[in-house]
Design a binder for this molecule. Sequence first.
Ligand SMILES: *Cc1c(COP(=O)(O)O)cnc(C)c1O
Length: 498
Amino acid sequence: MKYKSTRGGMAGLEFSEAVRIGLSSDGGLFVPEENINFSTEELNSMVSLSYEQLAAVIISRYAGDFTAEEVTDCVARAYSKESFPDNPANVTKLTDNVSILELWHGPTSAFKDMALQILPKFMNYSAKKSGRSEEIVILTATSGDTGKAALEGFKDNEGIKVMVFYPECGVSEMQKYQMITQEGSNVNIVAIKGNFDNAQSGVKTIFNDTQFAEELLSKGKILSSANSINFGRLLPQIVYYFYAYMQLVKNKEIGMGAKVNFCVPTGNFGNILACYYAKKAGLPVNRIICASNDNNVVPDFLKTGVYNKNREFLTTISPAMDILISSNLERLVFDACGENCYTVADWMKELNTTGCYSVDEKTLSNINQHFWGSFATEAETSSTIADVYNKYNYLVDPHTAVGIKVYRDYIATTGDTTKTVCVSTASPFKFNTAVAEAIYGKDAIDNMNEFETLEFLSEKTGQPIPAPLKGLNTREIRFKDVCEKEDMKKKVEEFIYG
Ligand SMILES: *Cc1c(COP(=O)(O)O)cnc(C)c1O
């Protein structure tokens, strides 16, 4: 299995190269050159596998130049009991038709751990395979969850440094404390004066600066990415769609081969794209329901075929989805337009220059064969958190609530009774203020800081605070740097050269 760029500039790369570089030199994203298809026989054999076993089976098929032993080693270290004391991908039944796939039992209490615990292991092997000795510098823009998960994944990893930029006012207190108290000798965290898109654009600009890349190379350094533009991050996310499906079969919720819907709270379009890849690889999936918050660029795109980021950037209670450029959509449109890399390159150029592009009718109808999209307002997100708790005694975080609200829209619109898995992307305790406010009202937590609210929510609901979120405010603050968005490159240089 080889990898190529969505914009035609690179092809024939090994998996390890695609992982090591992260982003193609033409600005495109790496995609598999061949189709993977798991047979019915193979699907049947997956039902009885543990998460680790299944991960090894699926990842091996895509990681062309990794041996089975190497994949197994990556998987074993990533999903160890130390990182995931419980099942990494717990499936719990909410109603007869709806199950929740909880992806937040890892070290940072958000689903990003599912990929960012294993990406560093892929990267270590990839570096070794390349025969090159450059130090890898991971640059990441985060709206809160990626940054922390990348820091946890890469901390103290030999031969790799990691630098995270986050929007100063775009992350929760909890997320901020998770990052600024990060341990490890190879990490750096800087806040920028701007929003997530500014941070992401800044990082992309640094990546596309070929002169800078050459200068770094001459000094034995190479930049790479931990954002979901790296295929090594998407790949581990394909696994849990298979796993969730197999759990439904195992629990006799469905028979093997029956189709299910997946509903995915969407920001950068990485998680949901992994679901699409799972479907392409033979997983029986009916609809992939795309849920956005008020920043509903993608649902608008699904309706009209016009991707238009020229709109106000809104800060919401589901900040990990406050995004106007969903990078991974490029991989979907590449697929849907018949892999025409020149067309994709044109669209992305338009997006870059005008902030807008529109796909042709055929491409849009190809996409809409699989996807359905809508969004939740802030009020709808809050009322869904309260409603799900009051009806089912189940706590959901705002991102997951956005998904459930949109799933309800989907049912109201289509009447579809297919069993559905709603993907839960963060622990409710990670976004405790929004959750407590939704259930108990603003007055109940008036005057409380986020750490007091955390205790309050736990006491009221009788549910334990996840270990990674305990005692954050008593840890040593190690990173206080704030910079203008124009100064990001300078900060990178300072970090790299010391
Ligand atoms: C990152 C994130 C999302 C969005 O996932 P994408 O892969 O960027 O679409 C949703 N919810 C939470 C909690 C996240 O951290």
